[in-house]
Design a protein around this ligand. Structure first.
Ligand code: VGL
Ligand code: ZN
Length: 255
């Protein structure tokens, strides 16, 4: 089974084999649904995913995602939250802070520019507007998302000097969240992932999940991505690494 998902990722062409080759093997496994960063700032706040050139509106993903949350039986549900301190390294507003140095001091930086910070330590960083500040309204899960009682919450990006796209660990692989341990402690062997942004935090969470040997699937129609080209790139990486790209209807059958 592992060999199959690694060597022959799901594609529309192999969709007809889906029932026998993905659903059947998954039926006896413990499966978690991971809802990534479905927070106000990404829906209608300071870093709207819908403003990207992909034109994908997170609101359109919500009914299908809620259906999966409310009407499917998952062994575990995890909501992740981007959860930054006010002086976070990913905020353009903080780039000129006295404790930071980066490689392009003379330039005027803009949102979405990429810089190499050299202090307090070396890390490549894309700069965003302030977003998902801890305990702010913008960091709350968008109110139309169904919240299932007894779910698990993972906070990420809490270190002022590190960004964390993946819900498993930061972008440099230095700090881990508790997600892997919580999944293992609950005997979870497979994960189904959806949320925001499809080409950023959903992508890196999927790639880490498969690297950590969870059988991993992603649901584009329950997600929304920012940029056309990086969505294409993400789907190539899913295919290469063995993340199955599935429909909401197929996710329903897995659970
Ligand atoms: C995200 C950019 C910055 C995301 C988080 O959740 O995809 N993107 N922080
Ligand atoms: Zn962030």
């Amino acid at each position: 089974m592992e060999k199959w998902i690694g060597n022959r990722p799901w594609t529309p062409e192999t969709s007809s084999q889906f029932d026998s080759e993905i659903i059947e093997p998954l039926k006896n496994l413990r499966i978690a649904l991971l809802v990534v960063d479905f927070q106000n700032d990404f829906v209608n706040g300071s870093l709207k995913i819908g403003d990207g050139d992909a034109g994908q509106d997170p609101l359109e993903a919500i009914p299908k995602l809620n259906n999966l949350l409310e009407n499917s039986k998952w062994d575990m549900i995890v909501y992740t939250k981007d959860w930054h301190p006010p002086n976070h390294i990913s905020f353009l507003s903080q780039a000129y802070d006295s404790d930071r140095k980066f490689d392009r001091k003379s330039e005027d930086l803009k949102v979405f520019d990429s810089v190499l910070f050299t202090e307090p330590f070396k890390t490549n960083q894309t700069l965003y507007p302030d977003h998902c500040i801890q305990n702010s309204e913008g960091a709350e899960i968008y109110p139309d998302i169904s919240i299932i009682p007894d779910s698990t919450y993972i906070l990420k990006g809490t270190n002022p000097y590190l960004d964390s796209y993946s819900a498993f660990n930061d972008n440099n692989g230095k700090d881990k969240t508790d997600l892997e341990e919580i999944l293992r402690n609950n005997g979870i062997q497979a994960v189904v992932i959806a949320g925001l942004a499809y080409d950023i935090c959903v992508k890196f969470t999927c790639l880490d999940a498969v690297r950590l040997n969870f059988l991993s699937s992603v649901i584009p129609e329950c997600s929304a991505g920012l940029l056309k080209n990086s969505i294409i790139e993400a789907e190539k990486e899913f295919a290469d690494s063995g993340v199955a790209i599935i429909s909401a209807e197929q996710a329903q059958k897995i659970s």
